[in-house]
Design a protein around this ligand. Structure first.
Ligand SMILES: [Ca+2]
Ligand SMILES: [Ca+2]
Length: 495
């Protein structure tokens, strides 16, 4: 153990962490493969299905894809992996994966995959062999050291049937025993997994599941483990991009960035009680949001942020925003999210205003392409509901949420200052927020009107010109005598 610890410190010393992300992709699309697109008629989404939808993904303006777990696993969600070097039979083959990677790269789309290493499934051969060893009384088996077995019940432990042992399981009830990430042999396995996916298959990085549970309650240790992970990844592929799920507050997330991992999801901005929803509900929405941003840029001044509104574990944004009958609010929220900067993650279906909350499967419904072309609903669904029209219909409607999200994505790509620039708040009042974004020597100004029903006017610096705008209808922002008037939920880019 001591030898291993000194290795960790050595690695940290040799690879000081830097905040800049190795990615050219800033509009990411999170896909739950099972619910996305079926290609072979069995009703279950698969990799060939994703491949067949790349035209649509590209059209929407996304330049990065995060696939939720694709490795062999007995559950519908596939976070309980039984073979890290495989593709689940339901999703297709490794050849399908290679084809998908190649097709993404031909389009300039990055592809990262979910990597749950906090735990395996109970069906993983490591765990099966560990349990067999315990049943034989062979506690010296190397596989026993892969997990956290104890002889007394802990707060998060499960009895190993047929023995008097228990295993640690942070996500209880899931058949997901926690790996012993303090074991050098486990890291040798992780190294092989990284080489396989980054080198042999050519994925562009990973979404790291449940990093706060690596060593639950020990942020310092988790940051050390992630530093090692980061070093190993960059040694294999210096341009790989990793984003971590540290589901915690801003101050804790800031600590995780010390690991060097490119980005961490900005949980505080997401969900019904997050900054964005709280702000749009507030009496003074723009100044409220500006206050949150001030905290954000002070706490995380030099890192790549990863804002998102909803993911597969949260309720969907339309419900959180109470925007079922207010598509304009869903649109504006997507815009505000992008103005935060960094690598923005959009969960599949958010771009067409899908809803779903409560039980997990309800948050992972079949993508609503149209009424014919849908996968089966995931098992355990208790409510199937689609609040907004289907993808095909929204694609034909120039005023749809889908078309708006596409415009936001395209504006973000046209103006790299928005995602990559250093942000400062130059003005805020109750309803108007102006942000400056500086990238290298280029500076642009973003002006947003948070009012749902009133035009708002703000003074802008002399000589500023409006280069782009995005509004809900035909009414456009007007710039006259250094006064910018924005229609309700209007947006302008100036420089
Ligand atoms: Ca299928
Ligand atoms: Ca753990």
């Amino acid at each position: 153990m001591k030898k291993w610890l000194s290795l960790i410190f050595l690695l940290i010393f040799l690879f000081p962490s830097h905040g800049s992300a190795q990615t050219s992709s800033f509009n990411w699309y999170e896909i739950f493969v099972r619910s996305f697109q079926d290609s072979d008629g069995d009703g279950i989404g698969d990799l060939q299905g994703v491949l067949s939808r790349l035209d649509d993904i590209e059209w929407m303006g996304f330049d990065g894809i995060w696939l939720m777990p694709v490795m062999q696993s007995p559950s519908y969600h596939k976070y309980d992996v039984t073979d890290y070097l495989s593709i689940d039979d339901e999703y297709g083959t490794m050849d399908d994966m290679r084809a998908l990677v190649q097709a993404c790269h031909e389009r300039g789309i990055s592809l990262i995959i979910d990597l749950p290493i906090n735990h395996t499934g109970t069906g993983h051969p490591w765990f099966v062999q560990a349990v067999e060893a315990l049943k034989r009384g062979d506690t010296g088996s190397p596989y026993v050291q892969y997990y956290h077995f104890t002889q007394s019940a802990q707060t998060k432990s499960v009895a190993v049937s047929g023995t008097d042992w228990f295993y640690e399981e942070q996500f209880s009830g899931g058949g997901m025993p926690d790996l012993n990430l303090m074991n050098e042999a486990v890291w040798e396995e992780i190294h092989s997994i990284l080489v396989f996916w980054l080198q042999d298959i050519g994925v562009d990085g990973f979404r790291l599941d449940a990093v706060t549970s690596y060593e639950t309650g020990n942020t310092e240790k988790n940051v050390e483990l992630l530093s090692r992970f980061h070093s190993e990844v960059k040694a294999i592929r210096p341009d790989a991009f990793c984003v971590g799920e540290a589901w915690t507050n801003l101050q804790e997330i800031a600590k995780y960035y010390a690991s060097g991992i490119d980005a961490f999801f900005l949980f505080p901005v997401s969900q019904a009680e997050g900054w964005l929803c709280r702000s749009v509900r507030a009496r003074t929405p723009a100044s409220k949001f500006a206050g949150y941003l001030e905290d954000l840029y002070t706490t995380l001044p030099e890192v790549t942020l990863a804002p998102f509104l909803a993911n597969h574990d949260t309720g969907r944004a339309v419900a959180a925003l109470q925007a079922r009958s207010r598509p304009e609010l869903a649109k504006f929220a997507e815009l505000v999210l992008h103005c935060v900067g960094g690598t923005v993650f959009t969960y599949y279906g958010e771009e067409i205003g899908m809803v779903g909350s409560g039980d997990d499967p309800n948050k992972r419904l079949a993508m609503y392409w149209n009424d014919q072309d849908m996968t089966q609903q995931p098992p355990g669904v208790t409510k199937v509901e689609y609040a907004y029209p289907c993808f095909d219909q929204q694609k034909e409607d120039p005023d749809s949420l889908l078309q708006y999200v596409r415009k936001v994505n395209l504006l973000t790509r046209k103006w790299p200052e928005i995602a990559q620039g250093k942000t400062s708040i130059v003005y805020s009042d109750s309803y108007v927020l102006c942000l400056s974004k500086t990238l290298d020597t280029s500076e642009i100004l973003l002006a947003l009107n948070f009012s749902s029903n009133q035009p708002k006017t703000v003074a802008v610096p002399e000589g500023t010109e409006m280069t782009d705008s995005l509004c809900l209808d035909a009414e456009l922002p007007v710039l006259e005598d250094n006064l910018l008037t924005l229609p309700p939920y209007g947006f302008a880019i100036l420089r």
